[in-house]
Ligand binder design. Structure first.
Ligand SMILES: Nc1ncnc2c1ncn2[C@@H]1O[C@H](COP(=O)(O)OP(=O)(O)OP(=O)(O)O)[C@@H](O)[C@H]1O
Length: 305
């Protein structure tokens, strides 16, 4: 087990990554990376390949093509690399007949770095009794127990597949908040998939957008937002606008064009009739999802740390 203090600067890097289930390519030619210490959101529509990617990262699936480095080592069955990665699967597979204490015993038995004090303190702070049966806990509490079991492993990378699925807004907020507390106190890298983009805007700082098994965007969220704008104005000026910016997605009425566009400079000089405003994460993601053929951006700083 490597426990050295020096961690690789890149937590995850893939090149030419593909995965095929019989006839179906779930991932094709994926190149992406996550710098260490980032909280990365993996978003995409149903069937985009998110779970497949996460299963490859944690060593549960073998890629059909390409390379994957996790924490600086090629992904595989190496116990050393995998022991530094914690995974919370989509269906939070806790044994419902177990008590919370049983879950902790199980975790301690399986993981050499297990921090039982951390797990007990965390559950205590959340008001979750060790003697409670898992099956009797609410969905939010079960998610917290699963998250606690992942965190107590003391991982360098934590991978969460839809950790917020089936939780109400309050529970979603609490799970994200406790995850962020953990991130603030350690140098952990987080990779989490979600359908609910608005839950991610305040917490994630890195975005990977998968669509149809391909990477559409990969980069720092602030940089991605600052390089896109919402632009609207008279439809008769549309041709000129299209010459000046890269329109990702647009809608038109008889008079008005509204679009999400990628800009080259932070203060684009456009005709004064255009109104220009910032985009939020949800608007950016939706614009790309509606245009699956707009691929990874060639702009070098958008894909860099
Ligand atoms: N075990 C499997 N056998 C065959 N095809 C599969 C299998 N698992 C996934 N697929 C297919 O691979 C593609 C990607 O699926 P995946 O579950 O990775 O997507 P996802 O983005 O996680 O979807 P969701 O958001 O619905 O969970 C889909 O077309 C899916 O039908």
């Amino acid at each position: 087990m490597k426990t050295g203090t020096s961690r690789p600067s890149t937590a995850l890097e893939t090149a030419g990554l593909g995965h095929r289930y019989r006839q179906t390519w779930a991932l094709r030619d994926c190149a992406l990376h996550i710098p260490a210490g980032r909280v990365a959101a993996l978003v995409g529509p149903n069937g985009a390949g998110k779970s497949t990617l996460l299963h490859i990262v944690v060593g549960l699936l073998t890629p059909t093509t390409g390379n994957v480095d996790v924490l600086g080592e090629p992904v595989g069955q190496q116990a050393a690399a995998l022991s530094r990665v914690a995974f919370m699967a989509q269906d939070k597979p806790l044994y419902e007949g177990f008590t919370v204490a049983d879950i902790l015993r199980f975790g301690r038995h399986l993981n050499p770095q297990w921090d039982n004090g951390l797990a007990e303190n965390r559950l205590n702070a959340l008001g979750i009794a060790l003697k409670s049966k898992v099956g009797k806990l609410s969905g939010g509490q079960q998610a917290q127990v699963a998250l606690t079991a992942a965190i107590a492993k003391r991982p360098h990378l934590i991978v969460l597949d839809e950790p917020l699925a089936n939780l109400d807004p309050l529970a979603r907020n609490e799970v994200m908040r406790s995850l962020m507390t953990e991130v603030a106190e350690t140098e952990i890298t987080v990779l989490l998939s979600s359908h609910v983009v608005s839950d991610l805007e305040d917490t994630c700082d890195w975005l990977i957008l998968l669509n149809g098994g391909r990477v559409q965007l990969c980069g720092d969220i602030e940089e991605l937002l600052s390089s896109h704008r919402m632009i609207s104005g008279p439809v008769e000026l549309a041709d000129r606008l299209l010459e000046e910016v890269q329109v990702i997605d647009q809608s038109r009425t008889a008079r008005q064009l509204t679009c999400v566009a990628r800009i080259q400079t932070s203060e684009p000089v456009l005709h004064p009739d255009w109104s220009i405003s910032a985009v939020n994460l949800e608007q950016l993601v939706l614009a790309y999802l509606r245009r699956p053929n707009v691929g990874v951006l060639p702009h070098p700083n958008l894909a860099s740390a």
